[in-house]
Design a protein around this ligand. Structure first.
Ligand code: ATP
Length: 585
């Protein structure tokens, strides 16, 4: 019921005028439907028994009028309910998407994107269908039922009691079916989510799938999940489908009882044939809406199942948000400082332990260390993708928790290992963070990123579409576009996660050159994998198991002969073609 109230207040209230119109149309449908038994009664009595020719035309026109009005109002009501349903989908999807965009990174990463996609598509549609159907059931069908039953009571109250005696029995069955439907729908939607996850994963990893010859295994995995979706959907379909026959059987009992009782009444002369036929017509006409109303439990429970998956996403509250007293970050020099920072992820993984790092204004500080040491975590704390568990991170002496997120994120540019490009033009990709930039500025950024020349050689220059995730470009080209994007943003702080995969020599040189131009004059915190970057760094922090274990310039650290010296021997000399090897290998 909480879910129903919430749907009504959040998504139906804005359309209350339209819904009222649809309900009004449904009441007309109900009234015109109940006119039919009355017309039958009148026809039997006035035409068949009294042979009154004068009312024949009136009765025929009455039937035609009622049916025409019914047809028009049915159309109006259906169109309105479909419109309201679609508007609801728009509202929920918009709300969902903005929730996802503003949610904390830590929360988003807990759930596979496939689950979100399925929530967007399947759950929302299920909620729409259930809501629209419920409104139709509870206005049109229920009203028809009430009118017809009212008419039955008007004709013969005792016979009406006999005819409607089966309704409470039907209600008991329907409750049970409703519960079954909710369970099956829940599971079906869950499996649909798993299916989306599986499809995304298989397509994302299609090269791995093919390279390892796992096509059949993936097909089998998908077939299994698809079969589970089918199984749960069928359970829900069966529960829903049972509602019809159960109502039918119970209506049969009702009709039999009515025939028995009415027969006796007719034999004793207490009932006219007009009343009898009118009553029977009302019972027959009530059958369809009764089925729909009886089905309401299962329809409702489907919606509740979808809502129970949607609402938790809609309800998630981002923790990393501006406080009421947050101020604009004022960047004077862009000095970054991590002071005794500890951090653990939501799942409890302790990634950083008492880390203190200073990146003086305009300098380049490199983070090095083995895989899983905590380098990316440190980088992620600077734009406040995550909040520290202990300690403080500050820029120019201002604690990040006290400044607005927008001003903080405006102050830094992030270049990741695997640059992400949107399926749009090169121009749009470069201008992603600076949508107002003119062509001159975009070109200047591309030139500085050593990307301008290759862009001009593409079929449509800056208007070339880069394809899904930029796959139409080479690795080095993608990196230079990402560098141009950061260049255009022109932020005083640069957060750089160097690519680990080596490019060919020419590409590598171009990327290095672009990066060096980008780093010039900016405070740079870089996860370094290249010897050239490390050699140029003003300071190096060696991270291991979430702690700073060594610190200093390259030559000093080599001289120390500690972890860094060992690391540089094993790592940095291999993937750094342009620079002479560090240690003789
Ligand atoms: P690499 O060089 O391989 O990228 P790294 O030094 O950047 O490694 P981090 O990515 O910072 O290492 O990871 C530090 C620790 O935190 C690791 O133990 C990792 O398993 C864990 N970790 C990273 N991301 C998450 C996450 N989203 N949730 C839980 N634990 C995480």
């Amino acid at each position: 019921m909480v879910a129903v109230r919430r749907i009504a207040s959040s998504y139906l209230k804005p359309h209350s005028a339209l819904i009222a119109m649809a309900i009004f149309a449904n009441l007309i449908i109900a009234a015109t439907t109940s006119v039919l038994p009355f017309l039958i009664e009148q026809t039997v009595e006035l035409i068949f028994e009294q042979k009154r020719e004068d009312v024949l035309l009136i009765l025929a026109l009455g039937a035609l009028g009622a049916q025409s009005l019914r047809a028009v109002t049915t159309y109006v009501s259906n169109v309105i309910m479909n419109y309201v349903g679609q508007r609801m989908v728009v509202a929920v999807q918009t709300h969902l998407f903005s929730k996802l965009m503003t949610a904390d990174l830590g929360w988003i990463q807990q759930t596979h994107s496939g689950r979100f996609i399925s929530t967007f598509m399947t759950d929302v549609i299920r909620l729409r269908d259930s809501t629209a159907q419920s409104i139709i059931n509870l206005s049109r069908h229920l009203a028809v039922l009430v009118f017809l039953i009212g008419y039955m009571y008007y004709l013969d109250w005792l016979m009406a009691i006999i005819a409607t005696g089966v309704i409470p029995v039907a209600a008991i069955f329907m409750r049970r079916l409703g519960r079954k439907t909710r369970k099956a729908t829940n599971k079906g939607l869950e499996e649909t989510g798993s299916l989306s996850t599986l499809i995304l994963e298989a397509l994302g990893g299609i090269r791995v799938v093919k390279a390892y010859g796992r096509e059949d295994a993936e097909i089998k995995r998908a077939t299994g999940t698809i079969a589970l979706v089918l199984e749960h959907t069928m359970r829900s379909v069966k529960a829903k489908a049972a509602a019809g026959p159960i109502t039918e059987a119970l209506t049969g009992i009702g009709i039999a009882a009515v025939i028995g009782y009415a027969g006796m009444q007719a034999i004793s002369g207490a009932m006219t044939s007009g009343s009898f036929f009118a009553f029977m017509a009302a019972v027959m006409l009530a059958y369809q809406p009764l089925k729909a109303v009886a089905n309401q439990q299962t329809v409702l429970q489907e919606g509740v199942a979808a809502a129970s998956r949607l609402f938790p996403v809609l309800d998630v509250e981002a923790k990393i948000v501006d406080g009421t007293d947050s101020k604009e970050l004022k960047v004077s020099d862009g000095a970054i400082s991590l002071d005794r920072v500890s951090f653990h992820y939501d799942d409890g993984t302790r990634a950083l332990d008492n880390v203190t790092i200073d990146v003086p204004a305009g300098q380049t500080v490199a983070l090095v260390g083995p895989s899983g040491a905590g380098k990316s975590t440190i980088l992620n704390l600077v734009p406040r993708f995550y909040d520290v568990s202990e300690g403080t991170v500050s820029i120019d002496g201002q604690n990040l928790k006290s400044v607005t997120l927008t001003s903080l994120r405006n102050a830094s540019a992030l270049v990741t290992q695997e640059p992400f490009l949107f399926d749009d033009t090169i121009r749009a990709n470069i201008a992603y963070g600076s949508p107002d930039a003119g062509q001159d500025e975009i070109e200047a950024a591309a030139r500085n990123a050593a990307a301008h020349d290759f862009i001009l050689q593409l079929s449509h220059g800056y208007d070339t579409h880069v394809g899904e995730a930029g796959l139409k470009l080479s690795g080095g080209q993608r990196q230079r576009i990402a560098i141009a994007r950061a260049m255009l943003k022109n932020a005083p702080i640069l957060l750089l996660d160097e690519a680990t995969s080596a490019l060919d020599t020419a590409s590598e040189l171009q990327v290095q050159k672009a990066l060096q131009t980008l780093m010039r004059g900016r405070t740079t915190l870089v996860i370094a994998h290249r010897l050239s970057t490390i050699m140029h760094a003003d300071n190096i922090y060696v991270i291991d198991h979430g702690r700073v274990i060594e610190q200093g310039r390259h030559a000093d650290l080599i001289a120390q002969g500690g972890v860094y010296a060992e690391l540089s021997r094993s790592q940095f000399d291999r993937n750094d073609d342009p620079t002479p090897a560090l240690a003789g290998e």
